[in-house]
Design a protein around this ligand. Structure first.
Ligand code: PLP
Ligand code: COI
Length: 365
């Protein structure tokens, strides 16, 4: 036990520093996993247990576990960064905890108190401190998740759940780094409709997006741009990222991001950019953006940049948008100066180089 109440049952034969360094070469995103995980179990009669830190290992699930049939599965993603002064801090874990609970509510799953979510992650990060990579833009990506584990085939909310958080030292999400992305405007499939689960970070949303992702890849694109389900006109988001449009209003920079209509995820990076924009002299607004607006404003020259943002992707410019019957060029990396300035500011706060005026960094160690 430690003061968090989480029982510590660490691995008896951890990797040596040399072995760990070798595993951590060429990180990429989400391919390397650390040696421990924290698990908490929930039962309807007794609530959440205290939790255990244990070796990272495959799970044993009853074949009748409801997650395998009816998909009660949610997840989150946030990062812990090595600070300039050598400490380790995570970025807005409380915001992820709150969004996790909003997702839980939508899928009729139990909420986990914000403090328990953050504590479980802190205990893991402290144990895995040597797995937090040192370079700017590198981090330990934390993946908290919850699944329904009750063995029961009736279609109803399960009575037993597993919460788990594990870590993955990560660098760039995209293999090509921050080179501008090519994106596919998807009209064939929709990601989410009004009243659906688009606002929740649930596994099913991602499963349903894969066919479109494959169609995008066949067009030579790395990502899908989702449109609204009703009119297939309004831009919503990408598979794992929100979007920003950068306008030049006669010398003044204005950022526009699609408004939260209930069918897109309320990204924490999106929210952070909205708050950082005025500090860099930009105005920022949330509103509906149609594909006609996009095309017109590119043609009249007022739309200068489009970029994607998210925990995994940080901020990545978009260079080309393709659609059935055509494509539009937006601009190369050299034109993406607003995206790059925001990226630099965000990473600099995350690594403790620029002061954190917003109280976003959570010191772990
Ligand atoms: N939209 C979707 C569908 C996502 O999966 C993510 C990633 O978490 C985002 C947007 C960006 O959210 P955040 O900035 O909180 O990572
Ligand atoms: C994240 O940015 O944390 C995500 O969840 C995006 C993606 C990897 C699913």
């Amino acid at each position: 036990m430690n003061d968090s109440g989480i029982e510590l049952r660490p691995k008896q034969d951890p990797l040596s520093p040399e072995q760990r360094r070798s595993v951590m070469q060429n990180l990429g995103f989400g391919r390397v996993f650390t040696e421990h995980m924290v698990t908490l179990r929930y039962r309807a009669e007794s609530g959440w247990d205290d939790g255990v830190l244990e070796p990272y290992a495959p799970l044993t699930l009853d074949p009748a576990s409801s997650v395998l049939h009816y998909g009660q599965a949610i997840f989150e993603g946030f990062k812990a960064y090595r600070q300039k002064d050598g400490h380790i801090a995570s970025f807005r874990p409380d915001a992820n905890a709150r969004r996790f609970n909003a997702s839980a509510k939508r899928l009729s799953m139990p909420e986990l108190p914000v403090e328990r979510f953050v504590l479980a992650s802190d205990v893991l990060i402290r144990k895995e401190q040597d797995w937090v990579p040192p370079e700017l833009g590198e981090s330990l990506y934390l993946r908290p998740l919850m699944i329904a584990t009750e063995a029961a085939l009736g279609v109803r909310p399960a009575k037993e759940y597993l919460f788990l958080v594990f870590g993955s030292p990560s660098a760039s999400y995209f293999a090509q780094g921050i080179k501008p992305l090519s994106v596919w405007l998807c009209k064939e499939y929709v990601r989410a409709a009004e009243g659906g689960t688009g606002e929740a970070k649930c596994a099913g949303n991602y499963a349903a997006s894969l066919a479109a992702q494959q169609a995008a890849a066949e067009q030579g694109c790395q990502q899908v741009i989702w449109l609204d389900a009703k009119e297939r006109r309004y831009v919503e988001e990408m598979g794992g990222m929100n979007l920003f449009f950068v306008y030049d209003d006669g010398g003044k920079t204005r950022l526009v991001t699609p408004k939260l209509t209930g069918s897109l995820l309320a990204g924490i990076t999106r929210d952070s950019i909205l708050k950082l924009a005025p500090e860099l002299g930009y105005t920022a607004e949330e509103k509906l953006i149609s594909i006609e607006d996009w095309q017109r404003d590119l043609e009249n020259g007022s739309l200068r940049e489009v970029f994607a943002c998210g925990t995994a992707a940080v901020i990545t410019p978009i260079g080309t948008v393709k659609y059935e019957g055509g494509s539009l060029a937006i601009g190369g990396a050299e034109q993406s100066s607003v995206a790059m300035a925001l990226r630099e500011r965000l990473l600099s706060i995350q690594h403790g180089v620029t002061p954190d005026k917003h109280g976003w960094m959570h010191r772990v160690l």
